[in-house]
Design a protein around this ligand. Structure first.
Ligand SMILES: [Zn+2]
Length: 327
């Protein structure tokens, strides 16, 4: 996604100003509205979606890491640096999700607030797998944890534009109410999966918070960062688990190569157990813009529904409940 920078907007407005007045009314330029809006850069789509939900029309948000792109491995481009240095506020996940962006975020932080939304979560609420160097950064896959991160966005926006603090507060409250509905959907749906099949096998270890929120065991080929390579021993151990527990389905992720999951399917087949690929989950990246999965809520809903159906559970509600239904 690209957006004209402030410099482009200024240049555009200067050029418009040079048009002789005799040519009729000057076309309305986006200058005023753009300049009044708070320019925000978000590293991931999930953060951008949250900032839009809370900031409403007052924010113009640019996302750095696009659809289907892996944030663990993302290297900022020269254009990204220019966009960061042209913004009012920057939100990133933190907890080492953006492992290769530390330097540019430090540089940008000299002149504007740069907020790591996941680092406001109380450390007792974070998951730190024993074998990992860092805490698990994938907090957006738990609606409750993500709601905590939203509070950091609300407070930062209110600090930047105090006159709009009430609007941000009411947007935040409406958004947190929706995160509560998502938790209910997940608990109910995942809870309907037969207990033996309630294990979520993915390529990298992004679903620990999802598993904690909705009560499903989570195992992955790779660690919490895609920087770590899957080894043959990891594959064999997981094939053992799949065969022994007769796991019906495993899952690929939209931002991670499929080969390790395909190796699991082949390994289980060689042992006489047919496990299928139950679908593609959105772990570190949302779906295409303009589709339901192109929002944070839609991506989590998609993951809940896909996992539930593939593992033999029942999704009772797939659409938001209408408040004005006749009783
Ligand atoms: Zn990840």
């Amino acid at each position: 996604m690209t957006r004209p920078t402030i410099m482009t907007a200024l240049l555009f407005s200067l050029l418009i100003g040079l048009v002789p007045t005799g040519c009729g009314p000057a076309p309305e330029t986006p200058k005023t509205s753009t300049e009044e809006r708070i320019t925000v850069v978000a590293t991931t789509g999930m953060i951008a979606d949250m900032v839009r939900s809370i900031g409403g029309d007052s924010v113009a948000v640019t996302t750095l890491v696009g659809e289907g792109v892996d944030p663990h491995l993302y290297q900022p481009t020269r254009d990204d640096v220019a966009t960061l240095l042209d913004s009012d506020l920057i939100f990133y996940n933190g907890l080492f999700l953006e492992g290769r962006m530390g330097d540019v975020l430090d540089q940008a932080g000299k002149d504007r607030p740069v907020v790591a939304v996941a680092e406001v979560i109380d450390t007792t609420q974070l998951i730190h797998p024993e074998e990992e160097e860092h805490v698990d950064p994938h907090v957006w896959l738990s609606p409750d944890r993500w709601a905590s991160c939203g509070e950091a966005v609300r407070a930062t926006l209110a600090g930047h534009a105090p006159e709009q603090a009430e609007t941000f507060q009411s947007n935040f409250e409406a958004w947190t109410a929706r995160t509560g509905e998502l938790t209910e959907l997940g608990v109910r749906s995942i809870g309907s999966i037969p207990p033996d099949a309630r294990v979520l096998v993915t390529s990298h270890d992004a679903f620990n918070y999802f598993g904690q929120a909705f009560d499903i065991e989570v195992v992955a080929v790779q660690g919490i960062s895609t920087e770590s390579e899957a080894g043959l021993a990891d594959i064999e151990a997981l094939v053992d688990l799949i065969v022994e527990r007769k796991v019906p389905a495993v899952f690929v992720e939209s931002s991670v190569p499929r080969r390790s999951i395909e190796a699991l399917v082949e390994g289980a087949a060689a042992r006489g157990h047919d496990v299928v690929i139950g679908g593609e989950l959105y772990s570190d990246s949302m779906g295409p813009a303009g589709t339901p999965e192109g929002t944070w809520e839609g991506m989590v809903r998609h993951d809940i529904v896909t996992v539930t159906k593939a593992l033999g559970g029942t999704v009772t509600v797939t659409e938001p409940v209408q408040e004005d239904q006749p009783s």
